[in-house]
Design a protein around this ligand. Sequence first.
Ligand code: URA
Length: 219
Amino acid sequence: MAGTTPEDEREDAPYDATPYLPARGGLPAHRRAAAECRGCPLHADATGTVYGRGEAGARMMLVGEQPGDQEDREGVPFVGPAGRLLFRALAEAGIDEADLYVTNAVKHFKFTREGTGKRRIHKAPNLRETLACRPWLLAELRLIHPELIVTLGATAGRALLGPDFRVGADRGVPRPLPGAGDGTRVVATVHPSAVLRARRREEMYAGLVADLRTAAEAL
Ligand code: URA
């Protein structure tokens, strides 16, 4: 997984959020419990848990990687530069924000500090951290029960479609959510941060909009 270092993978005891999940309750109960999650070490340096946003009746769920710097400070997913690009692309694809539930595969911001330590630089979560946080994502799936899920980038794709997922090969095609057996489908696409970093940004943005249109048509 991108961002994984040998140090990250050396320890073999799994991290796991499961003990922190509430035994019952809806989104508000889960949101409250997630704020106390200590299932992996990422909570230690983050400002707080960034839980999903949207209503339980949403037909479409978007899954990103992890909150960024701004999301960590505001406690809401996709409110920074990647979010602004994402919501512009969603509007171009004809997807109404009101129909969406938006969340991340990992619910704490992972970062390193640069130079004098003021700037926090995003660091991709590793497999242990992603798997540790997966119970929160699966609980959101159960509570929202979306008809269609859009995964943004590799981490979200691997969290829901398995370790062999590759954005380049697997994007833009509606497919059944593995293990769901209830007609829930997934469309994978690129992460909006990758679009922001791309040399051929216009081309990559157009690809993101096209995949989102495919998702909208699959609903
Ligand atoms: N990138 C993500 O994957 N999620 C966010 O919430 C913000 C940036």
